[in-house]
Design a binder for this molecule. Structure first.
Ligand SMILES: C[C@@H]1N[C@H](CNC(=O)CCc2c[nH]c3ccccc23)[C@@H](O)[C@H](O)[C@@H]1O
Length: 441
């Protein structure tokens, strides 16, 4: 257990130990599956972001922005027809939740968080107040959340729910959001919407006892007074539950960052960075390999986040038919083969106390984690001309060089040097990190 200033409530150890979760953004927007691959949130100029939104799950907003390429695409490809027709076209005919979850588990994920209602207001379960505008009564004609929850729990992973409390373009009847400085205009704050959203989150708690409440884009002002009661109901139902930080500062068990946005939240005992495998959360058919993380990028992101005390919530965007895009599967498969011998250096570890061993960007790339009995050095990009020799800067006496072992089983030689430990080992010149385990003195 560890305390966190945000809420003063100790964050359950399962979450801090989990290190890696899978986000699933799946919706009617997975039928259109179209956005410009503009770039990463936090890197793209905010003045460009909304008209050229790389988030394919924002399709309904982007096509309503005059002159946007998405609007042109919608006109030429879909005849400009109503967005809601994508709900009826969405069939999820190949959805096999057990297949998804097996891949997530092999990749080393310990929790799964699907979108239950995104900004388009379409619910993936028979949500109260939605009438037939959900996937049980239209399109897939299936409670996609219940089916995924069952598969996740059958595989002994934790199950969380994403809910777009702050934005609902259907219930909120708002004009398109044109700029992040005017995001609030796009958010419904009325009491009726607040009650509608509150009732739906309670329904999700009652149905699934979700291990994570992942709200997004804040909470309607008219409903903020009722949040303390909602959270105490949640914790009474799910004592080991965790709540994220996107409820308009009402409460947070942990802080989140997204791509390169809100990186200032990446501090303290427990935080989570989330991003897609490409520039979008919803499946975006225009993305090519140049826009996607490859397995080494994904592993390095995970190791870097974990080495600094965070969790990574990596998103997959399934296709409308329920299959995971092959290029996204390949990244998770790559993580899975790496995780097969590196799990112990990731799961249930903690960062090293600052100053005891230096991380390093560039050549070689170095990150550190530790548990009660071991310290793990992750090394990548060791220049080959060095013959696989790399100096790891550590506090003298921190590590016992005689106990060095490579987790992938290859040989490694270690000796104490003036500024730490000198490693000699072949094959460390890859971008994919390799962990070397040391016993702590
Ligand atoms: C997990 C993702 N969360 C997004 C909302 N993100 C945030 O509000 C925090 C990051 C952020 C800061 N400034 C922004 C401007 C535009 C969109 C996001 C952000 C969603 O808009 C997105 O579709 C996806 O669900």
């Amino acid at each position: 257990m560890n305390d966190f200033p945000q809420s003063g409530r100790p964050v359950p150890a399962w979450f801090t130990d989990a290190k890696f979760g899978i986000f699933v953004h799946w919706g009617a927007y997975s039928v259109s599956a179209w956005a410009e691959p503009t770039g990463e949130l936090g890197v793209v100029d905010p003045d460009v972001w909304f008209k050229h939104n790389p988030y394919a799950e924002w399709y309904w907003n982007t096509i309503r922005i005059e002159g946007s390429p998405a609007q042109e695409h919608h006109r030429t490809t879909h005849g400009g027809r109503p967005y809601d027709e994508f709900l009826d076209e969405w069939k999820a005919e190949l959805f096999d939740p057990a297949d998804w979850v097996e891949l997530f588990a092999r990749a080393g994920a310990r929790y799964v968080v699907p979108t239950t209602k995104h900004h388009d207001g379409i619910a993936l379960w028979d949500a109260p107040g939605t009438g037939i505008r959900n996937t049980v009564h239209r399109g897939p004609r299936r409670d996609l959340i219940a089916d995924l929850a069952a598969a996740v729990r059958a595989r002994d992973l934790r199950f969380g729910v994403y809910y777009s409390g702050g934005i609902d373009w259907y219930a909120g009847r708002r004009d398109p959001v044109l700029h992040e400085d005017r995001m609030d205009e796009g958010r419904p704050h009325e009491a009726a919407y607040a009650a509608y959203a509150h009732r739906q989150v309670i329904d999700l708690i009652d149905r699934h006892s979700p291990d994570v409440l992942w709200n997004d884009m804040g909470w309607p002002r008219a409903g903020q007074a009722d949040l303390p009661e909602l959270f105490s109901y949640y914790y009474a139902t799910v004592p080991e539950g965790v709540v994220n930080d996107r409820w308009d500062n009402a409460h947070a068990d942990y802080l989140t960052s997204e791509y390169e946005a809100d990186r200032a939240n990446e501090w303290g005992a427990c935080w989570e960075n989330t991003r897609g495998i490409g520039f979008s959360f919803g499946y975006n058919q225009t993305e090519g390999p140049e826009h996607l993380l490859d397995p080494a990028d994904a592993v390095r992101l995970l190791v870097d986040v974990v080495s600094r005390g965070g969790n990574l919530l990596l998103n997959v965007g399934p296709k409308a038919d329920g299959t995971l895009p092959q290029e996204q599967r390949a990244v998770l498969e790559g993580m899975a083969s790496w995780m097969a011998c590196h799990s112990e250096a990731v799961h249930a570890t903690r960062p090293l106390e600052s100053g005891s061993a230096d991380p390093h960007d560039g050549d070689p790339w170095v990150r550190w984690t530790r548990d009660e009995r071991h310290i793990y050095a992750f090394v990548a990009d060791v220049p080959d001309e060095a013959g696989g020799r790399v100096a790891l800067k550590t506090r003298p006496g921190l590590l016992d060089p005689d106990t060095a072992e490579r987790l992938d089983g290859d040989t490694v030689k270690a000796e104490a040097g003036p500024e730490g430990i000198h490693i000699t080992s072949a094959g460390l010149d890859t971008p994919l990190p390799t962990a070397i385990r040391f016993a702590t003195r």
